[in-house]
Design a protein around this ligand. Structure first.
Ligand code: SAH
Length: 353
């Protein structure tokens, strides 16, 4: 049993079954035993690989997109360059290197990282030097901003509701015979007037994601700015259980070993867009990671790297390229959402088709 499981068991004994959003928040962010608090989970030796860790091209193209967004914003100086959940800091490092092509961008950027994990903050500092760190977006000073979030929202806690014979119940974590176990509890009233589903449907709702997206929208409404959100997920709100736990690149039960495996769910981009607009931002139609990367010069950038590489390195580049953009790999599952201050033209390559 993990240390965190022992703590969660005690909480359940004292307070009853635990909502999934609370369970997720503890599993990922418990100040001593949370998954992100205690480790660097990325890479082949870790639990999962993210796009910036696959290839430098990913962060570079995002840097190029943001540098041209900065020009479209009228080159505000200074401005907050905000990244939510920067992981090892790889995306930001590649981003800043590529954005050097835009004179004045780096000098104007006040790099502001929203990161809850002290372990990952230390890695980010090694790579990026002294920048600014915050526990939450609310703490980042107001002002013009460019915000990036890659695989951040999937880690933000969700709630799940299940339709049993026409009645909605909330999915909760309780105590089973051998360990923690998923169960159902009475759902709050709001589900009564809520969605009409079919027996067996599971729906997901993340008040916390909505709150963060609304805060981003409000920031973009108050000051000029853009936000780019990249994550795996679906374009339309639909029933489905997407909560997943992963350890060493393999799925494990959601209730197994809290604090020792990653816990995420797919991002509902329709809900995210609504929350951004509720905050006052405009949003562009969501596109796939494949569409975004190809439109941003992905092929040419890989070709330039391959031209300088030997045979073995070229194979690695080929694999990275496929992994990021092939339809059956990250290309279609991952979506890209752009939000911006109202009145600003829809940024390329959004709204093209
Ligand atoms: N963007 C990085 C890392 C993705 S993993 C990449 O693509 O490689 C999720 C990141 O979000 C980690 O850095 C994690 O510590 C951070 N994180 C997760 N939940 C958070 C929260 N509630 N507040 C701040 N940071 C959070």
């Amino acid at each position: 049993m993990t240390k965190l499981e022992a703590i969660i068991r005690e909480m359940i004994v004292a307070e009853g079954p635990m909502r999934l959003d609370r369970y997720m928040a503890l599993a990922l962010g418990h100040p001593r035993h949370g998954y992100y608090t205690t480790r660097d989970p990325f890479g082949a030796a870790g639990d999962f690989v993210t796009a910036p860790e696959v290839s430098q091209v990913f962060g570079e193209l995002i840097g190029v997109w943001c540098a041209s967004a900065w020009v479209a914003l009228g080159q505000p100086a200074p401005f907050n360059l905000i990244e939510l959940g920067p992981g090892r800091g790889t995306l930001m490092a590649d981003f800043l290197r590529a954005a050097r092509v835009m004179p004045g961008f780096r000098e104007a950027a006040r790099v502001s990282l929203v990161e809850m994990s002290p372990t990952l903050r230390a890695l980010q500092k090694q790579l990026l030097g002294e920048v600014h760190w915050y526990d939450s977006l609310d703490e980042v000073p107001q002002g013009a901003s460019i915000l990036v979030a890659n695989e951040f929202f999937d880690a933000i806690p969700i709630r799940q509701f299940q339709n049993n014979g026409g009645t909605w119940f909330e999915r909760v974590v309780g105590l089973g015979d051998t360990g923690l176990q998923l169960g159902l509890a009475e759902a709050p009233d709001l589900m009564g007037q809520g969605p009409h589903g079919e027996d067996g449907d599971i729906i997901e709702w993340s008040p916390q994601r909505d709150a963060i997206a609304t805060a981003i929208g409000a920031r973009l409404a108050a000051h000029p700015g853009v936000a780019l959100v990249i994550d795996y997920g679906h374009l339309k709100t639909a029933p489905g259980d997407t909560l997943q736990a992963v350890r060493a690149h393999k799925p494990v039960p959601v209730t197994a070993a809290p604090g020792d495996c990653d816990l995420t769910s797919h991002v509902d981009f329709e809900a995210l867009g609504k929350a951004l607009r509720a905050g006052g931002a405009a949003t562009a139609p969501v596109i796939t990671q494949r569409e975004f990367l190809l439109a941003m010069g992905f092929e040419a950038r890989f070709a330039a790297l391959a031209a300088k590489a030997d045979g073995a390195a070229r194979q690695i580049l080929d694999r990275a390229k496929s992994r990021l953009a092939d339809r059956e790999q990250m290309g279609n599952l991952f979506k890209v959402l752009a939000a911006h201050t109202q009145g600003l033209a829809t940024p390329y390559p959004f709204g093209q088709s």
